[in-house]
Design a protein around this ligand. Structure first.
Ligand SMILES: [Zn+2]
Length: 346
């Protein structure tokens, strides 16, 4: 018989599904605050996987992804243990804010400490209760407010195990990137827990394609880890690996008219948009600084000099990229039977 799983001050028996409320610092109003963790502790031995969302409190796509994951039948019979944390930054989520009340960015405050700032204490609780007990983590994000991201996995592809699992997620693109200092991904790697980050969509919005790509990807990673049954052979999906990326920034302040959308392929020198002032008829061209695919962009036309406008993932795999974009536009391909759910309309 498998051992029970201990978390916080609670015990979860094999075969049990339980919501654990980890105590966090409270509010001014003497209101108690907790971080709910959904623990699915399978009867059979297997790896421990965590899935986290809303570390940036306004990035809510992942919250819906976790709600759907927890409702799926295969999850109730998994091998190993799933720790699902729909809202990590509880304070930011309730305030519709990326940050914590102390104005810190939680994803720059890891690993934190038990005697540190509010952000540092929250990070420390997450490290000790979740990360140190896990073999792998999938951290769900969106672009920041007024920005949008093409569905992508970010991971350190030098980590062999993570490389294999990140590919199995089969997002349209997989970006090799070093984790920023202070991020969950960075701190977890120091504790020998590999973490991949999923980025898609925009803050404070649900995006159905982003949600479905994440659902499909998480299930695929769980199959690769033998946590859920493989089922009948399915068409293996390819991901386009991007080794690097670059931001195109505004050469001057003004009003942006963008000419490209997410997923568009561009060649070096292509016009991505124009900047002008409200009345004057002179346009400054914004040109692509390299070949690749648009994996992120600003949505707000009012921009300052130096602002990041377009994120280009460098790639020359044109035909593979085209195939991926076709797949994304094909609703059926995104909707395997186990994922049938009323789509959200925004
Ligand atoms: Zn984020």
């Amino acid at each position: 018989m498998r051992k029970p799983f201990n978390i916080g001050s609670e015990v979860v028996q094999p075969g049990e599904i339980k919501v654990i409320h980890l105590p966090l610092p409270g509010l001014h109003s003497d209101t108690t605050v907790t971080m709910p963790v959904h623990v699915v502790h399978g009867k059979k031995e297997g790896p421990v996987l965590f899935i986290s969302a809303a570390i940036h409190g306004d990035e809510i796509n992942g919250v819906e992804v976790i709600r759907r994951i927890l409702s799926l039948r295969p999850i109730k019979q998994l091998k190993g243990t799933l720790l699902a944390i729909p809202v990590v930054n509880v304070f930011g989520f309730d305030a519709h804010s990326r940050y914590l009340p102390d104005r810190r960015d939680l994803n720059r405050s890891f690993p934190g400490s038990h005697s540190g700032s509010l952000a540092g204490r929250l990070a420390n609780i997450f490290m000790t209760e979740i990360v140190e007990r896990s073999d792998l983590g999938i951290d769900l994000h969106t672009a920041a407010i007024n920005r949008d991201n093409f569905p992508q996995i970010r991971a350190d592809l030098e980590d062999e195990q993570l490389n294999r699992l990140a590919r199995s997620f089969a997002a349209p693109v997989l970006l090799h990137s070093a984790a920023p200092e202070g991020s969950l991904r960075h701190a977890a790697a120091n504790e020998s827990t590999s973490v991949m980050v999923y980025e898609s969509g925009e803050a404070l919005r649900f995006d159905e394609v982003s949600i479905r790509v994440a659902l499909r990807g998480i299930l695929s990673v769980m199959r690769e880890m033998d946590m859920i049954v493989k089922g009948k052979a399915r068409k293996s999906k390819q991901t386009v690996v991007l080794r690097s990326s670059t931001w195109v920034r505004a050469p001057k302040s003004g009003i942006l008219r963008a000419k490209v959308k997410l997923g568009d392929m561009v060649s070096k020198g292509d016009v991505l948009g124009y900047i002008s002032d409200p009345a004057v008829q002179s346009d400054e061209l914004i040109e692509a600084s390299s070949d690749g695919i648009i994996i992120g962009r600003t949505n707000i036309p009012l921009i300052y000099e130096g602002e990041a406008l377009f994120h280009i993932g460098r790639s020359h795999q044109t035909s593979l990229l085209e195939a991926q974009i076709d797949t994304l536009q094909n609703e059926d391909a995104l909707n395997p039977p186990e994922l049938v759910e009323e789509p959200v309309i925004v």
